[in-house]
Design a protein around this ligand. Sequence first.
Ligand code: NAD
Ligand code: TYD
Length: 354
Amino acid sequence: MTILVTGAAGFIGANFVYYMLKQYPDADIVGLDALTYAGNLDNFSAMTAEQKRRFHFVKGDINNRDEVDWVFSEYDVRAVFNFAAESHVDRSIYDPQVFLRTNILGTQTLLDVCKGHWKTAVNAWRAGRKFVQISTDEVYGSLGPEGLFTEETHLDPHSPYSASKAAADLIVGAYHDTFGMPVIITRCSNNYGPYHFPEKLIPLMINNALNHKELPVYGDGRQIRDWIYVKDHCRAVDMVFEQGRPGAVYNVGGNNEHENISIVKLIIDTLRDLTGDEEINPDLIRHVQDRPGHDRRYGIDATRIREETGWEPETTFEDGIKSTIRWYLDNREWTEKIVSGEYMEFYEKNYAGR
Ligand code: NAD
Ligand code: TYD
């Protein structure tokens, strides 16, 4: 079986590649990634020689029909996992257009090429072919203090990022309803874990604290996110790939809601305990101007995936956050290369011209 993972060099994509290489020892994985600022080939350095033989990296853009078409001509792709996206809400506020291009049009291009190669789209499901779209709980908008998002919750995105992901979900659904494309959509809450790009809350706070830099908390810091360890998300995507229904949407969540400020304080305490560095303390916290349109709370009802596939999150937040912080301590060079920009040279040095 050959699996295509788009956005493979990003945070969740890279974790998913490792997960699938282990889970399917006979499978080959093609990782397609445009290597935007968020793509990092260092993320594949931990692969064994055997895993490297089954992993094929292709530098390519999901917006580029010829590049995507080349992948489908070269490999007999049985399953597509579309992780490729612009993913950072703050960036979408400053420069929305690339979000619409990649997240909406890129997804449509990928679907279209896929449909062309899986000619008998209607029979594709029976042939085991599947297109899994990785979406987000942010498409549902914001919750008050009570209640949870279900798959039936009205889509009400507020940021250009979440609006572009919601639009992609609708296009993916339309390809199922109109052309019989064998699609599944997952909507997951906030992931954390290794290889998380240090612009997002958890890795940013870890890196700033280690360097005794200010910890910028937006507004009052009492916004709530549901956090899930990235490996639990990867397992959920695999389980709906194996057991999900065609055309269905599955929420994925960690049962684990926390206010941002409490996460920042937990990171400070854990880092100080692990390093003995007394300069890592709450004085580093700065409440800064709030993000425009900032969603107050996300909370997930993951009953459907649990009932239909048996999936449940396995990693407690206590364990997950500790092992994540340890990973960042053991891999400081990984973050330093991003901060210095050196990670961008990796492709030229190691892959270009092959
Ligand atoms: P990320 O920003 O770390 O990685 C995105 C990857 O996509 C990068 O490697 C980048 O180079 C690649 N990419 C961007 N534009 C591309 C294009 N045009 N063609 C090919 N590759 C391109 O993002 P992430 O956090 O790993 O998120 C992956 C997916 O999961 C996204 O679709 C995101 O919406 C979704 N998601 C993320 C979270 C989260 O908490 N991070 C939660 C739910 C859903
Ligand atoms: P983020 O990691 O960007 O994920 P998302 O916006 O997709 O949920 O942010 C998580 C939460 O942390 C969000 O409520 C915004 C907040 N935040 C800060 O308070 N300070 C920061 O520097 C960042 C990056 C985020």
